[in-house]
Write a protein that binds this ligand. Structure first.
Ligand code: CTP
Ligand code: MG
Length: 228
């Protein structure tokens, strides 16, 4: 379906990992390699991906290159420096990609995505030009007032936890950045702000983002269970 169109993947891994409490999560060990290599290999193996750009913090560039370059990752076209905010890192990755029609943005700290999610995302994005992986929230979500007391309990049926990959037609993500005024916590918010409808598609409860030290323990267990 996408054979005549080029697809680029931006792997954003330029955060400071503050909530991980001192461990550099991008280089944490997972299944015999680092978290970063794990993530990159999923995109390298996908038949739907043509180019990969990895975005790293300035002080991690050298380490990242020394890990990735010897691996001869054929689709890895660039390793570039990220920015202060997550969206600055995505933009740096976007600018580094060769010309392509579709772009997937994925968290480097989310190494357990499976192959199927890449095609699911590309298919979901055909409808409106933008799609995000998501799972139904499992906890009840409450809104509080300024005193920390419950103001409202939200209806769980319509609540989703957004994940990555998030998939874009190239011209839409470009327009999202051109018009961006606010800081956003995920990339599809940039095109939501343009009034573009973003399709959610099924992510996975295994597709966790390594945020706290507990997530690392969980990821290592999941990785072992999957046998890689
Ligand atoms: N990220 C990035 N550039 C930034 C901030 C975040 O590339 N300026 C990346 C992270 O490296 C990660 C992904 O965005 O792969 C999701 O962000 P998050 O889990 O918040 O990671 P960190 O920002 O590194 O962690 P923390 O917020 O705890 O500092
Ligand atoms: Mg962060």
């Amino acid at each position: 379906m996408f054979r005549d169109q080029k697809v680029g993947a931006i792997i954003v891994a330029a955060g400071s990992g503050e909530r991980m409490g001192g461990i550099d999560k991008i280089f944490a060990p997972l299944g015999g390699v680092t978290v970063l290599e794990h993530t990159v290999q999923v995109f390298e193996k996908s038949p739907y991906i043509d180019f990969i750009t990895v975005v790293l913090r300035k002080d991690n560039l050298e380490h990242g290159m020394s890990l990735l370059c010897p691996k001869n990752i054929s689709k890895l076209t660039s390793i570039c420096q990220g920015g202060m905010r997550r969206q600055d890192s995505t933009l740096a990755g976007l600018n580094a990609l060769p010309q392509c029609q579709w772009v997937l943005v994925h968290d480097g700290a989310r190494p357990l995505l499976d192959q199927g999610i890449i095609l699911d995302g590309l298919e979901a994005a055909q409808e409106t030009g933008a799609a995000a992986a998501a799972v139904p929230v499992t906890d009840t979500i409450k809104r509080t007032d300024e005193d920390g007391c419950v103001k409202e309990t939200l209806q769980r049926q319509s609540l989703w936890a957004a994940q990555t990959p998030q998939v874009f037609r190239f011209d839409l993500i470009e327009a999202g950045f051109r018009h961006a005024t606010d800081s956003v916590t995920d990339d599809v918010a940039l095109v939501e702000a343009l009034g573009i409808r973003v399709k959610l598609f099924n992510g996975s409860y295994d597709n966790i983002k390594l945020t706290t030290p507990t997530d690392l323990v969980l990821a290592q267990a999941l990785c072992q269970q999957k046998g890689n």
